[in-house]
Design a protein around this ligand. Structure first.
Ligand code: 4AD
Ligand code: MG
Length: 431
């Protein structure tokens, strides 16, 4: 009897006969030997079928296998230093589960639209699998960081009555007789949670009906939003740089094979160690104007500006203290210079743009009420948020990390659409 196993664990079965459920990734033949490139999700192994050592039936079964056919393969595991995994299988049996005909994704080149239309199959490719493994490791490391640093995970709602980040990009839906919106950010709810639990974080999907077709924008993306009571902006920046260092170094440690599959320059990632450089908005404006841009004080940065600033550093850089006028209503003004707010965007290196937006929050009830008026936000809908300032208000800060932009940067991908299993982009809701 052969033991059922998976490719990841074949090292525990050298010299033994095992059975593995798998798919055919590729195949080649030299007349008397067939080489099956097999994959089972956990890894890759070559199965060697030798004509003189198997029955005619098994030889013919091997011959009939096509790309992406599924089978149970039986064979003896051998150490094979010349193979990438270090192991090979001498095939002794084949039970075909399904013979695939005309698999649409062949080893030749395909256009991006074709691949995206076949995303459900494209996920099986070596590179896409590597991206999903890195994404899973990033998620694991994120949770590890917060769970071991005194944060409690809290889940904010997805359906909300109001906006958190501005009213233009909301996905509208009906909530029985009422209007509702898909969440753009859990932040306001996380502020309430921080007043109950101290240090909290959320990790969930967020939605923005942005008509942006760039390599950094998704309509549905995942955000991690920590919120900390009794924490000022400066302390929050230190949490952010330690957090990103932990995430990047976890991937470097645990996903070396995947990063190599993706052709990522690992030394660039190894270099990502706290502390990170900082530049004020004022200095960033001056830097840009000295380097070929024309951007007056008070304007927001676009992707080319962020890239130009990021190129001056080989680590993520914080751009701090933006003008109040281009940032969200809840950000606390700098007490020494109320025209700027206590905020920072973290810009990833190598042109990946903003990965974190964060700030200290207004804790003064009167100033908050003033901001509601200025931004023409309906007080009634935000009464609960005002209550957080009315009842035991404390200094507090928080931030939001975009998961997909982080995956794109760490994997070295040109576009966020490959960082999520089924991307929702401006023109794509299928599959
Ligand atoms: O800068 P943003 O809009 O900040 C907030 O939503 C705050 N409420 C967060 C907080 O303080 N709790 O978004 C945070 C991050 C961005 O830096 C970016 O990484 C990501 O979310 N992001 C997007 N990622 C992909 N596609 C989009 N359309 C994104 N919009 C924002
Ligand atoms: Mg932002």
């Amino acid at each position: 009897m052969s033991n059922k196993t998976v490719i990841r664990n074949v090292n525990e079965h050298v010299g033994e006969s095992v059975i593995i459920g798998c798919w055919v990734n590729n195949k080649r033949s030299s007349g008397k030997i067939q080489f099956l490139q097999l994959r089972d999700g956990t890894g890759y192994i070559q199965g060697v079928v030798v004509k003189s050592e198997v029955s005619e039936e098994i030889w013919d079964a091997a011959k009939s296998l096509t790309q992406e056919s599924s089978l149970y393969v039986t064979g003896i595991i051998r150490e094979e230093p010349r193979s990438q995994s270090g192991y090979e299988m001498t095939v002794t049996g084949i039970e075909i589960l399904h013979l695939t005909e005309n698999y649409p994704i062949t080893p030749k080149e395909h256009g991006i639209d074709f691949l995206m239309d076949h995303r459900h199959l494209w996920l099986r490719s070596t590179k896409q699998r590597a991206v999903l493994l890195v994404r899973a490791e990033i998620i694991r490391a994120i949770q590890e960081f917060f769970n071991t640093n005194g944060f409690t995970k809290v889940d904010p709602p997805i359906l909300t009555p109001t906006s958190a980040e501005g009213t233009t990009n909301l996905f509208h839906t009906k909530y029985f007789e009422e209007d509702a919106y898909l969440t753009q950010s859990g932040q306001l709810y996380m502020e309430a949670a921080a007043m109950a639990l101290g240090k909290v974080y959320s990790f969930g999907p967020t939605f923005r009906a942005e008509k942006s077709k760039t390599r950094r924008h998704l309509i549905e993306f995942w955000m991690i939003e920590p919120e900390m009571a009794f924490t000022d902006h400066e302390e929050s920046l230190r949490v952010q740089e330690n957090f990103i260092t932990h995430v990047v170094q976890s991937v470097v440690k645990n996903c070396r094979t995947e990063l190599e599959t993706l052709g990522r320059d690992i030394s660039k990632l190894e270099n990502i160690q706290a502390p990170f450089p900082r530049i004020s908005y004022d200095d960033a404006i001056q830097f840009l104007n000295e380097n070929g841009f024309e951007l007056p004080w008070g304007e927001d940065f676009g992707a080319p500006h962020e890239t130009a600033i990021a190129e001056a550093y080989d680590k993520p850089v914080f751009i701090t203290n933006y003008p109040a006028g281009i940032k969200a209503f809840y950000m606390k003004p700098d007490p020494n210079r109320p025209e700027v707010v206590l905020c920072a965007d973290m810009i990833a290196p190598e042109g990946y743009g903003e990965i974190i937006g964060g700030s200290q929050r207004i804790d003064d009830p009167e100033l908050m009420a003033e901001r509601f008026k200025e931004h023409e936000l309906p007080m009634e809908s935000y009464q609960w948020y005002m209550d957080l300032r009315t009842y035991g208000s404390v200094p507090h800060s928080g931030f939001g990390l975009g998961l997909e932009r982080t995956v794109a940067w760490i994997c070295g991908l040109d576009h966020v659409r490959e960082t999520i299993p089924f991307p929702r982009t401006l023109y794509r809701l299928y599959p």
